[in-house]
Design a protein around this ligand. Structure first.
Ligand code: SF4
Length: 257
């Protein structure tokens, strides 16, 4: 079994240098490490550049309506518990039109893995701000004025949704660190219950400058951090949201028995 076992051989149509290539490489690496049987693995995706990944990974794949990959993934897992089920989409797909599904997926704690390929932009439709676009006047955008909406922070939202059930697995990685990102995918898929991994990703065509700024500020989570401490995880998410993104596992809650 190699990483090629999990690649359809179709040539991705992403722009040269797009961070989606790094996420794809990390995903196939994780699948290899886990020896996932191709016929028992399913990727659901929505609409957007990154959602094309369902056509490039050689497992069962569904390219769904915009924002609807999470409920479809939950349905598949409930119908066929033996499957490894992933829902993959961009920040626009999962945190705009699909955002309402996220807290309910967390509280249901169904054993699926959601990967958000977060590049702070609607790339496919040519560069509009997405729900995660930071406010910024000096990083290629002039969107920090009274008419701008503050961004959603995916990590904070998922941890906050985990508060009552103390369930879920929440992590953040970087597209260019394939080995670390693959480790996070492996840990998320192994976690029994809902898991969420946010990936800070380069849209080299529309958000290069912003990505480089954010990447420069990224810091690995302190190895002393206790991932079972949800208050500490929330505190770190807040610091992360304020411009010092942490990379690693923020929170790991209760598994399904
Ligand atoms: Fe990647 Fe951006 Fe190009 Fe889309 S527009 S393929 S996200 S670089």
């Amino acid at each position: 079994m190699t990483e090629l076992t999990y690649r359809t051989g179709r040539k991705p149509v992403w722009c040269p240098g797009c961070g989606d290539f790094g996420v794809f490489a990390s995903l196939t690496k994780a699948m290899k490490i886990l020896h996932l049987p191709n016929h028992e693995t399913v990727v659901f995706s929505g609409i957007g550049c990154s959602s094309r990944i369902a056509g490039y990974v050689d497992v069962y794949g569904f390219n769904l309506l915009h924002g609807r990959s999470v409920p479809a993934a939950i349905g598949a897992k409930l119908a066929k518990p033996k499957l490894t089920v992933l829902s993959i989409g961009g920040d626009g797909d999962l945190f705009s039109i699909g955002c309402g599904h996220i807290p309910h997926a967390v509280r249901s704690n169904v054993d699926i893995t959601v990967i958000c390929i977060d590049n702070f932009v609607y790339g496919l439709t040519k560069g509009q701000n997405s729900p995660t676009t930071p406010l910024c006047n000096d990083c290629g955008l002039n969107n920090n004025d009274e008419t701008s909406n503050v961004p959603i922070d995916p990590i904070s939202m998922v941890i906050a949704s985990s508060m009552s059930a103390q369930s879920s697995f929440v992590a953040q990685g970087l597209d260019s660190d394939v080995a670390h990102l693959a480790e996070l995918f492996v840990a998320g898929i192994r976690h029994k219950g809902f898991s969420f991994i946010n990936v800070i990703t380069d849209c080299t065509t529309y958000r290069k400058e912003m990505y480089l700024r954010i990447k420069e500020e990224c810091t690995p989570i302190d190895p002393e951090h206790n991932p079972h401490d949800i208050d500490a995880a929330l505190k770190m998410a807040r610091i992360s949201m304020e411009g010092k993104p942490y990379l690693g596992v923020f929170f790991e809650g209760n598994s399904i028995k």
